[in-house]
Design a protein around this ligand. Structure first.
Ligand SMILES: *Cc1c(COP(=O)(O)O)cnc(C)c1O
Length: 434
């Protein structure tokens, strides 16, 4: 028996596995959920990425959200290159940090004061610490299926009911800490009201993805976000909007502008770094003034407000302001969503497509997807087979059913057609083998 020759990616993966756990620096990249091994990426340009074997793909993952202009947008490349010539990091304040904070504040007026950090995890973790510091309360509420980074308090799963304690969803998270996080189904204001009835005076904050992107795309139902804001206000808890994905994605002003919300605290990341590691949290001035060095809530970072990341962020936001690409992005995403739905139906495959602005998910279920429980009715084997088929045809989708794909301005309308043609062929194959 002759074994097939290994691809460059397969060889690189074997080498990586020897020194990096699972061969990856973030678990979903391992492609385990879709029964594959990762393709190692060499470069990207516009909406295309190229692997180490020289194969090209239409990139519908966009590094999980940051790349709204696709790869290597010239304005961002130029800004980063010029910043690098001046020095990578100083550990002292720079002018551009105020410029970026001011830019963010212009579009997110609820963020009266802003602190820059390096990752969404850090920003969400810090916002929660601040909420606890502001209120003097320990409990927090999060929604099942929402992701806010991997801080201990946020890696919890629901207990068997609203009244039972949450349990850690990762080894290494103390059960005593998990107990302080109450989980609630997404799009379920009645359960949230119940939680406030039971524990209202102990709850420091409710944190939510205003459009959920981490159980696949699940938009908020009418009134859901408003109900959260209202319950928080009535119970003296802070309303924390995690706009790490939605910020500058669903529009310049994020979901809070679309829904006319004024969160107490907001968390941003992904797009605001233009592809470099940058995130931010901010909100009401009197709350933010409780942060060190002004107040008693400690928070710090050696590379916070890093000059290269800040330069990239300013360039990306500047370009979003001048180009305002949201109409075109929405148009392409809705063409894709409609096209996927029609083609799946033609081949009698159970598919529901959720789409909002330039984000969408193809769920392999016949149920309407409004929360984690309905998302979990999806046929994961079918998604995995679809993902592998699409990759073979040159379309790079997120390697998990519970993720969102993103459209970038690098994508052409002709490529939308190419993606839909590929989907038609792959759906046909799936229908045959079912
Ligand atoms: C990606 C993400 C985070 C975490 O950001 P990292 O930069 O990966 O730490 C937090 N919240 C949401 C909604 C996200 O999508």
């Amino acid at each position: 028996m002759t074994s097939e020759k290994k691809t460059v990616s397969e060889t690189l993966y074997e080498e990586a596995e020897k020194i990096i756990p699972g061969g990856v620096n973030s678990p979903v990249r391992a492609c385990g959920a879709v029964g594959a091994t990762p393709r190692f990426v060499k470069s990207g340009q516009g909406a295309r990425i190229y692997d180490e074997d020289g194969r090209g793909y239409i990139d519908m993952c966009g590094s999980w959200g940051p790349l709204i202009f696709g790869h290597c947008p010239p304005t961002v490349v130029k800004a980063v290159t010029e910043a690098a010539k001046l020095g990578a990091t100083f550990g002292a304040p720079t002018k551009a940090e105020t410029t970026l904070a001011t830019l963010i504040n212009k579009h997110y007026p609820s963020m009266e004061m802003i602190r820059l950090v390096s990752s969404g995890t850090e920003a969400a973790m810090s916002a929660i610490r601040l909420a606890r510091g502001v209120t003097g309360r320990d409990k927090i509420v999060k929604f099942q299926g929402c992701y806010h980074g991997h801080a201990d308090s946020l890696l919890v799963a629901a207990g068997s009911g609203l009244t039972t304690y949450s349990v850690p969803s990762s080894l290494g998270v103390p059960a005593d800490l998990a107990k302080l996080t109450v989980t609630c189904p997404y799009n379920d204001p009645v359960s949230l009201e119940e939680i406030f009835k039971l524990a209202g005076r102990e709850i420091a904050c409710v944190i939510v993805e205003p459009v959920a992107g981490n159980m696949g795309l699940v938009p908020p139902e009418p009134g859901f976000l408003e109900a959260i804001a209202d319950l928080c206000q009535k119970n003296g808890a802070l309303f924390v909007c995690d706009e790490v994905i939605t910020g500058f994605r669903v529009g310049l002003g994020g979901a809070q502008a679309l829904h006319n919300l004024k969160p107490d605290l907001t968390v941003l990341g992904k797009i605001i770094g233009g592809g470099l590691p940058l995130a931010a949290f901010g909100g009401r001035r009197d709350y933010m003034e409780l942060l060190s060095p002004l107040g008693g809530v400690y928070q710090a970072g050696t590379l916070s407000g890093n000059p290269l990341a800040v330069a990239a962020g300013c360039a990306a936001i500047g370009r979003l302001e001048t180009e305002n690409p949201y109409g075109r992005l929405r148009h392409m995403a809705s063409e894709l969503a409609r096209g996927f739905g029609e083609r799946a139906e033609r081949h009698r495959l159970p598919v529901r497509v959720n789409q909002l602005e330039s984000m969408a998910t193809v769920f392999f279920t016949d149920r309407k997807v409004t929360d984690l429980a309905s998302a979990q009715t999806s046929d994961l084997k079918l998604y995995a087979a679809w993902w592998r088929g699409m990759l073979e045809k040159g379309v790079w989708l997120p390697p998990s059913q519970f993720e969102t794909f993103f459209v970038s301005t690098g994508l052409l309308f002709s490529e939308v057609e190419d993606v839909l043609d590929a989907a038609d062929l792959v759906f046909a194959d799936l229908a045959k083998t079912r």
